[in-house]
Design a protein around this ligand. Structure first.
Ligand SMILES: *[C@@H]1O[C@H](CO)[C@@H](O)[C@H](O)[C@H]1NC(C)=O
Ligand SMILES: *[C@@H]1O[C@H](CO)[C@@H](O)[C@H](O)[C@H]1NC(C)=O
Ligand SMILES: *[C@@H]1O[C@H](CO)[C@@H](O)[C@H](O)[C@H]1NC(C)=O
Length: 235
């Protein structure tokens, strides 16, 4: 191939897919966590019996604009929903978690015009959380907190069949005295146009785990094992 032709080809590819610029994210990860599992690790005491939002993360970039500070007055109309759907499990009355998530992930998501304000970012996360309605879907297909263990394939199957895409499901590994892993996080992924898309099971865990969450022990979560029974702990 001649150099000139290669160059043309290159130009064509770049202009056909402007979203593929190397710094741009290509997927958004809506992460839900089960408060009871989280609190089992962190020793918080909450009485929340539904999956809450942990984050809304682009698959590329962290801390993209340190001068863009979180300002809760910009999302004042969302605060009631934020407190219910995206609570800080460690400090339920604090906005610290949202501030953290905004600086770390929101400022990167905001590279897309569709998410380029705090209001757009947080309201889209809430909108997708309510639309996906993971809580009702699990219940509807009889995946409810229980002292009896589930097979991992049951849980994964319900989510895959309903949404038609692959989720990423994370567990806490069995402790010494247990045969079961504990269900902890469920990620549902979206493309830049906010349609459902497969999650990548193998994105580097580090990017999204612990430091990311601002929680000290989030790294105890990892992709659930296929052949280990799953405990979905009742509140
Ligand atoms: C927890 O919530 C349930 C229902 O939401 C309620 O029946 C129960 O009394 C609550 N328990 C505590 C300790 O607050
Ligand atoms: C970073 O955020 C500030 C404050 O909102 C904004 O003025 C600036 O344009 C942003 N920088 C980039 C590179 O997006
Ligand atoms: C926060 O946002 C409000 C509403 O947009 C604005 O009036 C205020 O100046 C902002 N505060 C800071 C510290 O930027």
């Amino acid at each position: 191939m001649s150099l000139g032709y290669r160059f043309l080809l290159c130009l064509a590819v770049v202009s056909a897919f402007p979203m593929l610029a190397p710094h741009m994210w290509t997927k958004l990860i809506l992460t839900h966590h089960w408060p009871n599992t989280f609190c089992g690790m962190e020793h918080c005491h909450l009485n929340i019996s539904y999956w809450t939002l942990h984050g809304f993360w682009p698959d590329k970039g962290i801390l993209c604009n340190s001068s863009w500070h979180f300002n809760s007055s910009e999302i004042e109309d969302l605060l009631t929903d934020m407190e219910k759907s995206w609570p800080d499990l460690l400090k339920p009355t604090s906005a610290g978690f949202w501030k953290y998530e905004w600086s770390k992930h929101g400022t990167c998501a905001a590279k897309a015009p569709s998410l380029n304000s705090q209001h757009k970012y947080f309201s889209k996360a809430l909108e997708l959380y309510h639309k996906a309605d993971l809580n009702s879907i699990l219940k509807k297909f009889d995946i409810v907190p229980s002292e009896n263990y589930y097979k991992f394939s049951q849980i994964e199957g319900v989510i895959e069949n309903f949404y038609g895409v692959k989720p990423k499901i994370q567990c806490v590994h069995p402790s010494k005295n247990s045969v079961a892993q504990t269900l902890g996080q469920i990620e549902i992924c979206f493309s830049p146009d906010f349609s459902l898309t497969d999650c990548d099971k193998h994105l580097p865990l580090k990017t999204f785990s612990i430091e990311d969450q601002g929680f000290s022990k989030g790294s105890d979560f990892s992709v659930c094992e296929h052949d280990v029974p799953v405990y979905y702990p009742p509140v």
